[in-house]
Design a protein around this ligand. Sequence first.
Ligand code: AHR
Length: 351
Amino acid sequence: MFKFKKKSLVMTTVLATVLLLSACSGNAVNGNGGKANNTPSAPKTEDTAPKSDNTESDKKIVVGFSQIGAESGWRDAETQSIKDTFGNDAQFELKFSDAQQKQENQIKAIRTFISQKVDAIALAPVVESGWETVLEEAKAANIPVFLLDRTVKVSDESLYTSFIGSDFILEGQNAAKTMMELLGEDKQVNIVELQGTVGASAANDRQQGFQEIVDANPNYKIIKSQSGDFTRAKGKEVMEAFLKSDGKNIQAVYAHNDDMALGAIQAIEEYGLVPGVDIFIVSVDGTKPAFEAIRDGKLNVTVECNPLLGPQLKQAILDFKDGVTLEKWIKSDEDVYFGQKAIDALPNRTY
Ligand code: AHR
């Protein structure tokens, strides 16, 4: 395994045997000792490595990636970035596992990666807590864990190597600041908040950052807050309920992601109001459909959150292999988009 500079013959033999057995069994990654598991809650798994009989494949750096699911356009873009990055580089083999929004599936996938003796694990954790035990198991197996996009709460930070992702608190702050800048600090604004998945760092931190700025201005109030689970369908459903209870008393929506904002736009239109005009809307992600909604005047602002994390993950794994000391938090560069700036950026947005 690459993390040990001095490879022992025993380890090399074990790895080669595992890879060979894995190739023979179709390389399925699951929590069932490699056997197919057809229960609906089982993680969906795939292996992108080309099958080969020669010894070349034994030298590949094997990366196990436990992805949350496919709840949003942002998530799909992140998955694609990882698959493209590792799929197009012959020195890597990617084992991909889709947890379908369930932490238990992610824990199963990590345990499978450990039993397969992968060289590195990448984890996009659905929620912040509950990872200690499985991360200790990875550490005991000497497998570095890279957190991707969302972070975890652990008592011992040595349980993971690096976190690669955005500053969600800053995103929340930028969402509130831009709302105030565009609506005016002196305006009385009642806000409804569509939160992300309960317990996710992306939801907790975006809430915290936004709340901090709102608390400093007595004219701005969050009057309702509920999770829309980062999906368009639930965003719409929750917005319908907000409109039913508070209707024209709502001046603004803060959605923790673009998909929920797009759902809210539909709900507002069906209610008979004009999104982006009667109700100001700010969301987070910076996806193409959000830029199109800004162009169409239905969304006011999107705060960018970069999903294209494949190249940074690959670099971090290679650096780790070379013994480079990595930053604990490898941050992404991001921006805030509204008005003409969003329209200008639209042609180059790939996701
Ligand atoms: O963790 C990042 C968030 O998860 C994105 O904002 C959202 O779209 C996704 O589902």
